[in-house]
Unconditional design. Structure first.
Length: 347
Protein backbone atom coordinates (compact mmCIF):
# COMPACT_ATOMS: atom_id res chain seq x y z
CA UNK A 1 0.00 0.00 0.00
CA UNK A 2 1.14 3.55 -0.72
CA UNK A 3 2.54 5.48 2.22
CA UNK A 4 1.10 8.88 3.10
CA UNK A 5 2.66 11.63 0.99
CA UNK A 6 3.31 14.84 2.90
CA UNK A 7 0.65 15.70 5.51
CA UNK A 8 3.21 15.61 8.32
CA UNK A 9 0.95 17.48 10.74
CA UNK A 10 -2.01 15.11 10.29
CA UNK A 11 0.21 12.03 10.48
CA UNK A 12 1.84 13.24 13.72
CA UNK A 13 -1.58 13.93 15.23
CA UNK A 14 -2.84 10.45 14.38
CA UNK A 15 0.34 8.81 15.65
CA UNK A 16 -0.01 10.63 18.97
CA UNK A 17 -3.60 9.46 19.32
CA UNK A 18 -2.37 5.86 19.34
CA UNK A 19 0.74 6.53 21.44
CA UNK A 20 -1.30 8.30 24.15
CA UNK A 21 -4.22 5.86 23.94
CA UNK A 22 -6.61 8.71 23.12
CA UNK A 23 -8.26 7.33 20.00
CA UNK A 24 -11.84 8.72 19.85
CA UNK A 25 -14.87 6.74 18.73
CA UNK A 26 -15.30 8.77 15.52
CA UNK A 27 -12.94 10.67 13.22
CA UNK A 28 -13.83 12.76 10.18
CA UNK A 29 -11.03 13.04 7.62
CA UNK A 30 -11.66 16.01 5.35
CA UNK A 31 -9.75 15.90 2.07
CA UNK A 32 -10.03 14.73 -1.51
CA UNK A 33 -8.68 11.38 -2.67
CA UNK A 34 -5.55 13.12 -3.95
CA UNK A 35 -4.52 14.65 -0.63
CA UNK A 36 -3.82 11.42 1.25
CA UNK A 37 -6.81 11.33 3.60
CA UNK A 38 -7.59 7.76 2.57
CA UNK A 39 -3.97 6.59 2.72
CA UNK A 40 -3.70 7.99 6.25
CA UNK A 41 -6.96 6.33 7.29
CA UNK A 42 -5.86 2.95 5.98
CA UNK A 43 -2.54 3.19 7.81
CA UNK A 44 -4.30 4.24 11.00
CA UNK A 45 -6.79 1.34 10.90
CA UNK A 46 -4.01 -1.14 10.19
CA UNK A 47 -1.96 0.20 13.11
CA UNK A 48 -4.90 -0.25 15.50
CA UNK A 49 -5.26 -3.92 14.54
CA UNK A 50 -1.53 -4.69 14.28
CA UNK A 51 -0.28 -7.31 16.76
CA UNK A 52 2.96 -5.42 17.32
CA UNK A 53 1.05 -2.91 19.44
CA UNK A 54 2.81 0.19 18.09
CA UNK A 55 1.73 3.52 16.60
CA UNK A 56 2.74 2.29 13.14
CA UNK A 57 1.59 -1.00 11.60
CA UNK A 58 4.31 -3.57 11.08
CA UNK A 59 2.69 -4.73 7.83
CA UNK A 60 3.86 -8.31 8.39
CA UNK A 61 1.77 -9.85 11.17
CA UNK A 62 -1.34 -11.91 10.55
CA UNK A 63 -3.63 -9.09 11.66
CA UNK A 64 -2.06 -6.61 9.22
CA UNK A 65 -2.50 -9.07 6.36
CA UNK A 66 -6.10 -9.77 7.31
CA UNK A 67 -6.99 -6.07 7.38
CA UNK A 68 -5.46 -5.37 3.97
CA UNK A 69 -7.04 -8.52 2.50
CA UNK A 70 -10.48 -7.55 3.84
CA UNK A 71 -10.89 -10.65 5.98
CA UNK A 72 -10.26 -9.25 9.47
CA UNK A 73 -13.39 -10.03 11.52
CA UNK A 74 -13.28 -6.70 13.39
CA UNK A 75 -12.65 -4.37 10.45
CA UNK A 76 -15.11 -3.13 7.83
CA UNK A 77 -15.00 -0.75 4.88
CA UNK A 78 -18.07 0.95 3.42
CA UNK A 79 -17.98 2.32 -0.13
CA UNK A 80 -20.67 3.86 -2.36
CA UNK A 81 -22.03 1.03 -4.47
CA UNK A 82 -25.09 0.81 -6.65
CA UNK A 83 -27.79 -1.58 -5.46
CA UNK A 84 -27.43 -5.11 -6.73
CA UNK A 85 -23.64 -5.10 -7.14
CA UNK A 86 -22.30 -8.62 -6.73
CA UNK A 87 -20.28 -9.38 -3.59
CA UNK A 88 -17.21 -10.44 -5.58
CA UNK A 89 -17.28 -7.12 -7.46
CA UNK A 90 -17.54 -5.25 -4.17
CA UNK A 91 -14.54 -7.12 -2.78
CA UNK A 92 -12.51 -6.48 -5.92
CA UNK A 93 -13.25 -2.75 -5.75
CA UNK A 94 -12.33 -2.53 -2.06
CA UNK A 95 -9.07 -4.42 -2.63
CA UNK A 96 -8.15 -1.80 -5.24
CA UNK A 97 -8.66 0.86 -2.58
CA UNK A 98 -6.11 -0.85 -0.33
CA UNK A 99 -3.68 -1.44 -3.17
CA UNK A 100 -3.81 2.10 -4.55
CA UNK A 101 -5.38 4.63 -2.16
CA UNK A 102 -4.35 7.59 -4.35
CA UNK A 103 -5.55 6.11 -7.62
CA UNK A 104 -8.39 3.64 -7.10
CA UNK A 105 -11.48 3.96 -9.36
CA UNK A 106 -13.77 6.61 -7.91
CA UNK A 107 -17.44 5.75 -7.29
CA UNK A 108 -20.12 7.01 -9.61
CA UNK A 109 -21.76 10.21 -8.36
CA UNK A 110 -25.16 8.51 -8.51
CA UNK A 111 -24.15 5.80 -6.02
CA UNK A 112 -24.13 6.08 -2.25
CA UNK A 113 -23.52 4.43 1.10
CA UNK A 114 -26.62 2.28 1.52
CA UNK A 115 -28.61 1.64 4.68
CA UNK A 116 -28.03 -2.12 4.29
CA UNK A 117 -24.29 -1.53 4.69
CA UNK A 118 -24.83 0.57 7.82
CA UNK A 119 -27.11 -2.10 9.27
CA UNK A 120 -24.39 -4.68 8.70
CA UNK A 121 -22.04 -2.41 10.64
CA UNK A 122 -24.64 -2.11 13.42
CA UNK A 123 -24.75 -5.91 13.72
CA UNK A 124 -20.97 -6.04 13.92
CA UNK A 125 -20.88 -3.35 16.62
CA UNK A 126 -23.53 -5.19 18.66
CA UNK A 127 -21.15 -8.09 19.42
CA UNK A 128 -17.82 -8.38 21.17
CA UNK A 129 -14.71 -8.27 19.02
CA UNK A 130 -13.31 -11.55 17.75
CA UNK A 131 -9.66 -10.61 18.24
CA UNK A 132 -10.15 -8.80 21.55
CA UNK A 133 -8.86 -5.46 20.25
CA UNK A 134 -10.33 -2.61 18.27
CA UNK A 135 -13.44 -2.70 16.13
CA UNK A 136 -13.10 -0.36 13.13
CA UNK A 137 -15.21 0.80 10.22
CA UNK A 138 -13.85 2.99 7.45
CA UNK A 139 -16.46 4.89 5.41
CA UNK A 140 -15.16 6.19 2.08
CA UNK A 141 -16.88 9.09 0.30
CA UNK A 142 -19.11 9.59 3.32
CA UNK A 143 -20.55 12.70 1.66
CA UNK A 144 -22.39 10.28 -0.67
CA UNK A 145 -24.22 8.62 2.20
CA UNK A 146 -27.96 8.16 1.69
CA UNK A 147 -30.21 10.02 4.14
CA UNK A 148 -31.62 6.84 5.70
CA UNK A 149 -28.09 5.43 6.07
CA UNK A 150 -26.92 8.64 7.73
CA UNK A 151 -29.74 8.51 10.26
CA UNK A 152 -28.90 4.89 11.08
CA UNK A 153 -25.24 5.85 11.43
CA UNK A 154 -26.16 8.54 13.92
CA UNK A 155 -27.54 5.97 16.34
CA UNK A 156 -24.17 4.21 16.47
CA UNK A 157 -22.30 7.47 17.01
CA UNK A 158 -24.58 8.41 19.90
CA UNK A 159 -23.86 5.18 21.80
CA UNK A 160 -20.53 3.81 20.52
CA UNK A 161 -19.24 0.50 21.91
CA UNK A 162 -15.97 0.47 23.85
CA UNK A 163 -12.81 0.44 21.70
CA UNK A 164 -14.73 1.05 18.51
CA UNK A 165 -13.73 3.53 15.82
CA UNK A 166 -15.57 4.89 12.79
CA UNK A 167 -13.54 6.94 10.31
CA UNK A 168 -15.54 8.92 7.80
CA UNK A 169 -13.72 10.34 4.78
CA UNK A 170 -15.32 13.19 2.88
CA UNK A 171 -14.17 15.93 0.58
CA UNK A 172 -16.86 18.28 1.93
CA UNK A 173 -18.06 18.20 5.50
CA UNK A 174 -21.15 20.29 4.77
CA UNK A 175 -22.58 17.39 2.74
CA UNK A 176 -22.92 15.36 5.95
CA UNK A 177 -25.61 15.66 8.60
CA UNK A 178 -24.56 18.32 11.16
CA UNK A 179 -25.43 15.87 13.92
CA UNK A 180 -22.91 13.38 12.51
CA UNK A 181 -20.22 16.03 12.07
CA UNK A 182 -20.69 17.26 15.64
CA UNK A 183 -19.89 13.78 16.98
CA UNK A 184 -16.61 13.43 15.10
CA UNK A 185 -13.12 14.72 15.69
CA UNK A 186 -11.80 16.49 12.59
CA UNK A 187 -8.55 15.77 10.78
CA UNK A 188 -7.91 18.16 7.88
CA UNK A 189 -5.94 17.11 4.80
CA UNK A 190 -4.98 20.16 2.75
CA UNK A 191 -3.65 20.32 -0.80
CA UNK A 192 -0.14 18.86 -1.03
CA UNK A 193 2.91 21.01 -1.61
CA UNK A 194 4.74 20.78 -4.96
CA UNK A 195 7.92 19.38 -3.32
CA UNK A 196 5.93 16.59 -1.63
CA UNK A 197 4.20 15.68 -4.89
CA UNK A 198 7.48 15.79 -6.81
CA UNK A 199 9.11 13.41 -4.31
CA UNK A 200 6.11 11.08 -4.53
CA UNK A 201 6.26 11.01 -8.33
CA UNK A 202 10.01 10.39 -8.42
CA UNK A 203 9.46 7.47 -6.02
CA UNK A 204 7.14 6.02 -8.68
CA UNK A 205 9.80 6.30 -11.37
CA UNK A 206 8.96 9.68 -12.91
CA UNK A 207 12.04 11.68 -13.93
CA UNK A 208 12.76 14.78 -11.85
CA UNK A 209 12.11 17.37 -14.57
CA UNK A 210 8.73 15.90 -15.43
CA UNK A 211 7.87 15.41 -11.76
CA UNK A 212 8.67 19.05 -11.02
CA UNK A 213 6.43 20.35 -13.81
CA UNK A 214 3.55 18.07 -12.83
CA UNK A 215 3.93 18.96 -9.15
CA UNK A 216 3.62 22.64 -9.92
CA UNK A 217 0.56 22.26 -12.15
CA UNK A 218 -1.61 19.59 -10.50
CA UNK A 219 -3.08 21.85 -7.83
CA UNK A 220 -1.80 19.89 -4.84
CA UNK A 221 -3.73 16.75 -5.85
CA UNK A 222 -1.65 13.58 -6.14
CA UNK A 223 -4.41 11.75 -8.00
CA UNK A 224 -4.33 14.52 -10.57
CA UNK A 225 -0.54 14.30 -10.63
CA UNK A 226 -0.71 10.58 -11.41
CA UNK A 227 -3.22 11.32 -14.16
CA UNK A 228 -0.67 13.64 -15.73
CA UNK A 229 2.09 11.01 -15.88
CA UNK A 230 0.71 9.75 -19.17
CA UNK A 231 3.70 10.60 -21.35
CA UNK A 232 2.19 13.84 -22.64
CA UNK A 233 3.81 16.31 -20.24
CA UNK A 234 5.97 17.91 -22.95
CA UNK A 235 2.85 18.32 -25.08
CA UNK A 236 1.05 19.97 -22.15
CA UNK A 237 3.94 22.38 -21.65
CA UNK A 238 3.98 23.22 -25.35
CA UNK A 239 0.24 23.87 -25.45
CA UNK A 240 0.45 26.19 -22.45
CA UNK A 241 3.25 28.17 -24.07
CA UNK A 242 1.35 28.42 -27.37
CA UNK A 243 -1.65 29.66 -25.39
CA UNK A 244 0.46 32.50 -24.00
CA UNK A 245 1.90 33.18 -27.46
CA UNK A 246 -1.63 33.54 -28.83
CA UNK A 247 -2.64 35.91 -26.04
CA UNK A 248 0.39 38.06 -26.73
CA UNK A 249 0.90 37.99 -30.47
CA UNK A 250 -1.75 36.06 -32.43
CA UNK A 251 -4.34 37.80 -34.63
CA UNK A 252 -7.39 38.88 -32.65
CA UNK A 253 -9.97 36.89 -34.63
CA UNK A 254 -8.04 33.62 -34.45
CA UNK A 255 -7.32 34.04 -30.75
CA UNK A 256 -10.97 34.78 -29.96
CA UNK A 257 -12.12 31.69 -31.87
CA UNK A 258 -9.53 29.46 -30.15
CA UNK A 259 -10.48 30.68 -26.65
CA UNK A 260 -14.18 30.13 -27.34
CA UNK A 261 -13.54 26.46 -28.25
CA UNK A 262 -11.72 25.49 -25.05
CA UNK A 263 -13.74 23.36 -22.63
CA UNK A 264 -13.38 23.83 -18.88
CA UNK A 265 -11.04 20.88 -18.19
CA UNK A 266 -8.80 21.75 -21.12
CA UNK A 267 -8.72 25.41 -20.11
CA UNK A 268 -7.74 24.54 -16.52
CA UNK A 269 -4.89 22.34 -17.73
CA UNK A 270 -3.59 25.08 -20.02
CA UNK A 271 -3.92 27.77 -17.36
CA UNK A 272 -1.98 25.65 -14.86
CA UNK A 273 0.89 25.31 -17.34
CA UNK A 274 0.71 28.98 -18.35
CA UNK A 275 1.07 30.03 -14.72
CA UNK A 276 4.27 27.98 -14.46
CA UNK A 277 5.70 29.58 -17.62
CA UNK A 278 4.98 33.05 -16.23
CA UNK A 279 6.46 32.23 -12.83
CA UNK A 280 9.62 30.98 -14.56
CA UNK A 281 9.73 34.23 -16.57
CA UNK A 282 9.39 36.16 -13.32
CA UNK A 283 12.29 34.25 -11.79
CA UNK A 284 14.39 34.82 -14.91
CA UNK A 285 13.81 38.56 -14.69
CA UNK A 286 15.01 38.38 -11.11
CA UNK A 287 18.20 36.60 -12.18
CA UNK A 288 17.09 33.14 -11.01
CA UNK A 289 16.83 31.04 -14.14
CA UNK A 290 19.12 28.17 -13.11
CA UNK A 291 16.12 25.83 -12.63
CA UNK A 292 15.18 25.90 -16.35
CA UNK A 293 15.59 22.40 -17.77
CA UNK A 294 16.84 22.89 -21.35
CA UNK A 295 17.71 25.37 -24.09
CA UNK A 296 14.23 25.33 -25.66
CA UNK A 297 12.60 26.14 -22.35
CA UNK A 298 15.19 28.83 -21.69
CA UNK A 299 14.43 30.44 -25.06
CA UNK A 300 10.67 30.36 -24.45
CA UNK A 301 10.97 31.70 -20.93
CA UNK A 302 13.26 34.43 -22.26
CA UNK A 303 10.65 35.48 -24.84
CA UNK A 304 8.00 35.77 -22.13
CA UNK A 305 10.35 37.65 -19.81
CA UNK A 306 10.99 40.13 -22.62
CA UNK A 307 7.28 40.67 -23.27
CA UNK A 308 6.39 41.78 -19.73
CA UNK A 309 7.83 43.85 -16.95
CA UNK A 310 7.77 42.49 -13.39
CA UNK A 311 4.49 44.16 -12.44
CA UNK A 312 2.75 42.93 -15.58
CA UNK A 313 3.83 39.34 -14.97
CA UNK A 314 2.54 39.56 -11.40
CA UNK A 315 -0.81 40.89 -12.63
CA UNK A 316 -1.10 38.13 -15.26
CA UNK A 317 -0.28 35.41 -12.68
CA UNK A 318 -2.85 36.81 -10.27
CA UNK A 319 -5.46 36.86 -13.04
CA UNK A 320 -4.75 33.21 -13.90
CA UNK A 321 -4.98 32.24 -10.23
CA UNK A 322 -8.41 33.90 -10.02
CA UNK A 323 -9.55 32.07 -13.15
CA UNK A 324 -8.53 28.73 -11.68
CA UNK A 325 -10.41 29.58 -8.48
CA UNK A 326 -13.47 30.46 -10.58
CA UNK A 327 -13.71 26.79 -11.46
CA UNK A 328 -14.93 26.13 -7.91
CA UNK A 329 -17.79 28.63 -8.40
CA UNK A 330 -18.85 27.36 -11.84
CA UNK A 331 -18.27 30.76 -13.50
CA UNK A 332 -18.17 30.97 -17.31
CA UNK A 333 -14.56 30.00 -18.07
CA UNK A 334 -14.57 31.23 -21.66
CA UNK A 335 -15.50 34.75 -20.61
CA UNK A 336 -12.71 34.62 -18.05
CA UNK A 337 -10.19 33.59 -20.71
CA UNK A 338 -11.26 36.45 -22.96
CA UNK A 339 -10.88 38.83 -20.00
CA UNK A 340 -7.31 37.51 -19.43
CA UNK A 341 -6.51 37.98 -23.13
CA UNK A 342 -7.73 41.58 -23.14
CA UNK A 343 -5.80 42.37 -19.99
CA UNK A 344 -2.56 40.98 -21.41
CA UNK A 345 -3.06 42.85 -24.69
CA UNK A 346 -3.50 46.07 -22.71
CA UNK A 347 0.02 45.89 -21.25
Amino acid sequence: MDQVIGQGRAVRFLTELIERDRVPHALLFLGTSGTGALAAALNFVQALHCREDGAVACGHCAACHKVTNLNHPDSMMLFPFARGVKEEDRQAALLQVWQSPYYYPLPDKNTGILIDDVRQMQRQFAHSTFAGGWRTTLILHADQMRAEAANAMLKILEEPPVRSLIILIASQGDALLPTIVSRCQFVKFSALSPPDISVGLVAKGVDETTADFIARTCGGDFRRALDMTDGHVAERQDRSFKFLEALLWEEDERTFEALAKLDRREALDILAGAEIWLRDALLLQCGRGDHIANATQEDNVGRLAGAFDLDQIAVAIKKIESLREMNQRNVNMNLGLISLWRQIRSF
